[in-house]
Design a protein around this ligand. Structure first.
Ligand code: ING
Length: 323
């Protein structure tokens, strides 16, 4: 009997700067209920699903900045989501901004959790690849201040068993780095959830704007195929406080095929009954890590932070005059 997991990818439309947490949670609960009614076992919400994507703005007041972070989960405004999910017996993934007071230090992370159908937090991930910059770019129509507002995630790429699947998480820009998915695959991941807030315009590279959706899908579909896993990509979509963001919430099979795709830039649920055993043809044959990976030939990439080209010689120097 195949292991089926019915997954609901719950895309969020824009969340306004003055929308309350409670309003945002109510929208998530509405999609949760819709998902349960469609037989979903797991619902995946997006990156920063409780707030607007505030790294798009320069926030000078530290109290205002911290107001976008959760100091614990569940808490007063998110408990209704946890309680409703447990009542419905549905597991969920939730992206949120995390303010962590640990060992006498306060740190800020772009985080996501996996919550079991019983309402227990099974796993947590903190975003590792932080795009954007620390300094405000005044010439840009909007900012990406993730390096300013968040610390680099310190929990690594981990996997957890939940609902008969081995699950993993990465967040937004992590998807652009193949090491993210390969690390999760080496941890046995059969299904990975990726929430994202991706502007349709990159102020530093407008020449790439027509490729935003293509690059997004390229990352997810290649990750799914090259690691033999289901990938669930969940957008915060639409124009949020003047920043137009990619939609395209999708569920991707281990074959790399898109099997469910959102059609709007609003709150939208897409559902697919995932046959988890579809991973085996890829993990056990095409991408059999034990049999086919030849790690002894891979350059020792750990700690290599820059591409290292071969030394220039008389022969291969671009200035070498043709002999
Ligand atoms: N957003 C964007 C992302 O990785 C970005 C930032 C867009 C980086 C396009 C590079 C190119 O989708 C987040 N939140 O990471």
């Amino acid at each position: 009997m195949p292991r089926y997991l019915t997954v609901g990818a719950a895309q969020s439309g824009p969340i306004g700067r003055h929308e309350s947490r409670r309003d945002a949670v109510d929208r998530l609960i509405a999609m949760l209920r819709q998902a349960a009614a469609q037989g979903c076992d797991l619902v995946a919400f997006t990156e920063c699903a409780l707030t607007p994507f505030f790294p798009h703005w320069h926030i000078q007041d530290p109290l205002e900045l911290d107001s976008y972070f959760e100091t614990e989960l569940p808490n007063d405004h998110t408990r209704p989501l946890f309680d409703e999910a447990a009542r419905l017996g549905v597991g969920f993934h939730l992206g949120f901004a995390e303010l962590a007071r640990e060992n006498g230090t306060t740190r800020h992370f772009n985080s996501a959790i996996l919550v079991s159908p019983a309402g227990q937090i099974v796993g947590k991930f903190r975003k590792i690849h932080l795009p954007g910059y620390r300094e405000v770019h005044h010439n840009h129509p909007f900012q990406n201040l993730e390096k300013r507002y968040f610390d680099v995630g310190d929990l690594g790429f981990r996997t957890w068993r939940m609902q008969s699947a081995v699950m993993g998480i990465c967040i937004c820009n992590d998807r652009r780095w193949p090491e993210s998915f390969r690390s999760l695959a080496l941890g046995g991941a059969e299904l990975v959830v990726v929430g994202y807030n991706t502007p349709l315009n990159n102020p530093d590279h407008p020449e790439m704007d027509h490729l935003v959706s293509f690059h997004h899908q390229l990352c997810l579909q290649s990750a799914a195929y090259q690691n033999g896993m289901w990938v669930v990509g969940v957008a915060k979509a639409g124009e949020e406080e003047g920043v137009r963001q990619l939609g395209g919430t999708s569920i991707i099979a281990p074959s790399g095929e898109i099997v469910a795709l959102a059609q709007t830039f609003e709150d939208e649920l897409v559902v697919h009954q995932c046959n988890l055993d579809a991973v085996h043809a890829y993990k056990n044959d095409i991408f059999n890590f034990a049999a086919n990976r030849q790690t002894q030939h891979y350059q020792a990439i750990t700690g290599q932070t820059a591409a290292i080209a071969p030394p220039l010689t008389e022969e291969n120097s671009p200035d070498a005059s043709p002999s």
